[in-house]
Design a protein around this ligand. Sequence first.
Ligand code: SF4
Length: 175
Amino acid sequence: MIHRIDIIETSPCMADKSKLKGITVADCDLTPLIPYINAELPKADYKKESESISFKKGIIRFTIMKNNINVTRFDTVTHLRELLEWVMDFLNDIDSRKDKITPDYRTFVHPAPPLIYKELPQTNCGKCGQKSCIAFAGRLSRRKIDVEECSPLFLLENEEHLANIKELFAGGKPL
Ligand code: SF4
């Protein structure tokens, strides 16, 4: 159970200088909770080697390792405090339901982008917000974009290609 999270440091975000990133510390080790967070958040990125997990709430990214909770892309320190209140409630809720959650130790697999590209419509239509299908393939491989963002892939005529892409990710956390 977390009782408090202290802000250690804030600084400008590398990727977006108009936003901030922060290092914060909880009053307990969060490592035992990580597989349960992974089970609750299918899109969270769990890394076994570093025993860390990161997940997004909108554009905000939280990364948890040991006692640390790193937060990126917030606006102000007040905003960060609100986010920390939210994440503390969120993590304590998971902790209180641990006996009802099956811990998930699966990680993401990262298929080679050309293998994903082969199954995409290859029209470079930009509906996914990317400039090209190969850019989408690269981001999907790193799990930085959701497969649903490529709406043409969900047309009936592409059913088999979608199934092939899902197969590429088999063995890890599903798409
Ligand atoms: S929406 Fe799909 S088809 Fe269009 S550019 Fe993105 S990946 Fe390619």
